[in-house]
Design a protein around this ligand. Structure first.
Ligand SMILES: [Mg+2]
Length: 394
């Protein structure tokens, strides 16, 4: 069947929150003395912006089809990703049928193997893939979740990531995931402070709330184990990304040693079916958390989730708003989702990718009805008032 073809692809960059949610100004819980692999250097301990967590900014990929339809996606990647999209990946997209998602993905991945495989290149590939899914939805006038098999439930439940799980529970969320504040370099005192905060949050959030700690790659296996053992008495549901993502062996060892009932989760900085195959086969985690904007896009996430399913693992994507929601509602092994509390004090629900997207749905009472996703593509619009900059026009 003759399909419309892709007639244009453009890559733009944006600053100030949105898809690059770390790119915040002023006081914000997301940059309040959070433990990182850089915390061993006192000068980079107080703020993640100090070591450059917000250097990239947002990448916006816009695609157009011969029938006049348009699609777009946002992810993290900024100028370097814009260069990769315009100067390298565009050749595999221009002139292709809007349905050629598999071939385009394979060509983008195969052609970048000599400098790609993970990280920034996969962010760029993810942005193109998500924009093409949005375009296909626009051509077909169909929501993405219907194009990938349809929803398996009527509503999605959420936990909240942020500094105030106690407030999140009152807003209807299943519970909250706290950022860990102190890493191994801050010694016994830091460990005690980490456990004291968890104890306070348990007291404030009540006995049934989920509580988890997001460790953002900051620990070693010994510290992670001591944290998990101390946290077990406060009912820690999971310990997230405690080790650097390349330490598959550490994750394997840690998972076997964790107290009963404490789950190990990771994957937001992992990419592709091969990276997640490693995590699954080596028994590195109980819940895999790919970011659909970083792991290779929706096309790759569908392959990752099949691997996870065959290993009895849950896939609960990292953040990413509508790009995750359209996926999660279609999979039994994605029974709940993450919501990033982007209000600076984590005290109210605001759209995760504000101020970049219009019509972005947010959970009400910790729940999102699938009917809110019933619009073509991913169902969101790029705010036309944004100061889009195209650094590498072709
Ligand atoms: Mg995380």
């Amino acid at each position: 069947m003759a399909q419309p073809t892709v007639t244009d692809i453009r890559a733009y960059v944006l600053r100030g929150g949105g898809a690059d949610y770390h790119d915040q100004q002023g006081t914000h819980w997301i940059d309040d003395h959070i433990a990182t692999p850089m915390s061993r250097y006192p000068e980079y301990r107080e703020s993640r912006r100090s070591f450059g967590l917000n250097v990239l900014g947002t990448l916006v990929v816009v695609v157009e089809a011969s029938d006049g339809s348009t699609g777009f996606a946002v992810t993290t990647g900024g100028e370097p990703a814009a260069w990769i999209v315009e100067r390298h990946l565009s050749r595999f997209v221009l002139g292709a049928p809007v349905t050629a998602l598999e071939r385009i993905w394979d060509q983008m991945y195969s052609a970048t193997l000599f400098y790609g495989r993970k990280g920034l290149v996969l962010n760029a590939i993810s942005g193109v893939d998500l924009a093409l899914w949005d375009l296909l939805g626009a051509v077909r006038q169909e929501p993405v979740h219907e194009m990938i098999g349809g929803a398996v439930r009527d509503e999605q439940r959420f936990y909240a990531t942020g500094a105030r799980p106690d407030l999140a529970v009152r807003m209807g969320f299943l519970g909250g995931k706290l950022p860990l504040h102190h890493g191994p370099a801050e010694g016994a005192e830091g460990l005690a402070a980490n456990l004291a905060l968890l104890a306070d949050m348990r007291a404030a959030a009540g006995p049934d709330a989920w509580l988890a700690y997001d460790c953002w790659m900051s620990l070693d296996t010994d510290y992670a184990l001591r944290l998990a053992r101390g946290a077990a008495e406060h009912g820690l549901r999971w310990i997230e990304e405690p080790l650097p993502p390349d330490d598959y062996w550490g994750y394997q060892k840690l998972r076997k040693a964790l107290p009963p009932g404490t789950l190990l989760t990771t994957g937001e900085h992992e990419a592709t079916r091969w990276g997640f195959r490693m995590l699954a086969e080596m028994g590195c985690a109980d819940i895999l958390q790919p970011d659909v904007g970083w792991c290779g896009g929706l096309s790759e996430l569908l392959r990752i989730t099949a691997i996870a399913d065959a290993h009895g693992l849950l896939v609960v994507p990292h953040g990413s708003s509508v790009y995750s929601y359209h996926f999660a509602v279609t999979r039994h092994n994605s029974p709940f989702s993450e919501f990033l509390m982007m209000a600076p004090a984590a005290d109210e629900v605001v759209p995760m990718f504000h101020p970049q997207l219009l019509d972005e749905p947010v959970p009400t009472d910790g729940r999102l009805s699938v009917s809110t996703l019933d619009k073509p593509g991913f169902g969101v619009r790029l705010d036309p008032g944004l100061p889009l900059h195209r650094p590498y026009p072709r």
